[in-house]
Design a protein around this ligand. Sequence first.
Ligand SMILES: *Cc1c(COP(=O)(O)O)cnc(C)c1O
Length: 237
Amino acid sequence: MSEVYEGLKNVVEQVKETCAKVGRDPDEVCLVAVSKTKPADMIREAYAAGVRDFGENKVQELCDKMERLPQDIRWHMIGHLQRNKVKYIVGKVALIHSVDSMRLAAEISRLAVLNNVEQDILIEVNVGGEATKFGLSTEETIQFVKEAAKLPNIHIKGLMTSAPYVEDSKENLPIFHKMKELAVDISKENIDNVSMNILSMGMSQDFVAAIQEGSTMIRVGSKIFGQRYYFNQGEQM
Ligand SMILES: *Cc1c(COP(=O)(O)O)cnc(C)c1O
């Protein structure tokens, strides 16, 4: 049995166990397999095991893989996105997780209109308030969502956050809790063209804690594909 298959099986089992503990339906939690830096062959292994959602954080790599791999894969752009690269992915990826400025939202909308496509997006929130992370502050998110919701051909489906790196994932419980509360607050506003069904939170280190606090989409890389090795580039997180 391959390492990818083993890793995947363990993650899926942990998702089920956690859901059972907190009384949630495991079907509510979408697993996005984060395949950045990993070869197409490893993605095919996960695909063969039934995974259809894959996450990448660089546009070039995402587009290369999209071309070579099965058409029914739902690709997720999870990394910081520059406006000049939106044109390569708009209408082609299932979900852009990392919308963190009005200029970026407006550019996605503009190109979606131009290409006559619709694009689902998430708003990235820096719940932990870390200086090194992208994302809006929790305070500015509601107003931002109200504004961005008016843009044509884009649809806000929820929020995304990356919690700090911690030794014990329990330390991130308050962050995930705050994120869920924020989503509930936004839902109550009943904003046209906005749903808060997707809470994209939880990675290899802390997806269990994230599910406990209401995550509906976990982004798991190294626990499925193994550790990543970087040569010339720092990890974009
Ligand atoms: C790399 C990455 C992940 C996955 O990280 P792992 O620790 O390997 O599970 C999740 N989310 C984002 C935004 C990432 O860049």
